[in-house]
Ligand binder design. Structure first.
Ligand SMILES: Nc1nc2c(ncn2[C@@H]2O[C@H](COP(=O)(O)OP(=O)(O)OP(=O)(O)O)[C@@H](O)[C@H]2O)c(=O)[nH]1
Length: 309
């Protein structure tokens, strides 16, 4: 039996029987879907036969395109994307599309290195989470934190901070941890001269394993931490420290205290400023993919193997 036959129909005999029962009961038409019927005998309008019409099924059509993923930046790369309030041309509201300044995002991997217990984790904690603990727990391997800087109204800088355990000093793993970093802090403890002596070793290790795509060393800022301890004999001669930084290729140095929150923001701004400048240099050094006609002089070939042919 088809489904159509069973919907909205009832045998006339059973209907008459139901009406008789209803009349005998003197009922008020209780029952499902029967309240519009006149009570007792009388001319009856046959119930409308409802036709079963299957619902139109959605036709298989071309799959809707998946929503486009937002552009994401890899460490050391930047993306430009339109501002969030940017309306498309000819929007539903009929207003012309608003023009907004392009939004620039940078993601930089930064290393924080230095001897055991100099305060690397504490500096990151202070910078990212605004807290400090005097409890010491040695880092094992590497730890990460993310800091977002609203550099200017059009620029956001995301810093991926890699807190590398002091015990990793010159180990094989540092080569892996250093990969693709754009800058570094080298930290020493002003109360322990040995940690300052290790600074040059950390710097040499870094320079031997990491460089920018143009071959230049990455920017490094030197942090003389725990300056709240008052034992700044090592760095009370600022001129000597300036000289030291120049000789060893640091872009700057700061007396810091994770405990008292001294100079951590300033040191970071200094490092980011140098990284941004380096990135500008890198962009300029990349030749655009355009063939320039050299009408007068032959093309100078910079690749040594090509020059031989
Ligand atoms: N007084 C003072 N103590 C600090 C400061 N920064 C860190 N400390 C203390 O120094 C100890 C070591 O700090 P950490 O931040 O764990 O040092 P770390 O360099 O990360 O150590 P590793 O993970 O072993 O490499 C902790 O007890 C901190 O509380 C500071 O600025 N001033």
């Amino acid at each position: 039996m088809s489904f159509a036959a069973g919907v909205g129909t009832r045998a006339p005999a059973s209907r008459a029987r139901a009406a008789r029962v209803s009349a005998l009961r003197g009922g008020a038409g209780r029952g499902r879907g029967r309240q519009d019927e006149p009570r007792g005998a009388g001319p009856r309008v046959p119930p409308r036969r409802e036709e079963f019409r299957p619902r139109p099924r959605p036709r298989p059509g071309p799959a809707r395109p998946a929503p486009r993923a937002r552009p994401r930046a890899r460490a050391g790369h930047s993306v430009r994307r339109p501002g969030p309030g940017c309306l498309p041309v000819g929007s539903a509201r009929g207003r012309p599309a608003r023009m907004q300044a392009p939004h620039k995002e940078h993601l930089y991997k930064l290393l924080v290195i230095g001897d055991l217990g100099v305060g690397k984790t504490s500096i990151i904690k202070r910078y990212v989470h605004q807290n400090f603990s005097s409890h010491y727990r040695a880092t094992i391997g590497v730890d990460f934190a993310l800091k977002v800087l609203h550099w200017d109204p059009e620029t956001v800088v995301r810093l991926q901070l890699w807190d590398i355990a002091g015990q990793e000093r010159f180990g094989n793993m540092t080569r892996v941890y250093y990969r693709e970093a754009m800058g570094a802090f080298i930290v020493f403890d002003v109360t322990r001269p040995a940690t300052f002596e290790a600074v040059t070793k950390w710097k040499n290790d870094l320079d031997s394993k990491l460089s920018l795509p143009n071959g230049k060393p990455v920017s490094v800022v030197l942090l003389a931490n725990k300056c709240d301890q008052g034992k700044d004999v090592l760095i009370n001669n600022g001129l000597k420290m300036d000289q030291f930084c120049k000789e060893h290729g640091f872009v700057g140095w700061f007396e810091t205290s994770a405990k008292e929150n001294i100079n951590i923001d300033e040191a970071s701004r200094c490092l980011v400023k140098h990284i941004l400048a380096n990135e500008c240099d890198l962009m300029e050094s990349i030749e655009p993919d355009i063939v320039k006609p050299h009408l007068t002089s032959p093309k100078i070939v910079s690749c040594s193997s090509c020059a031989k042919s």
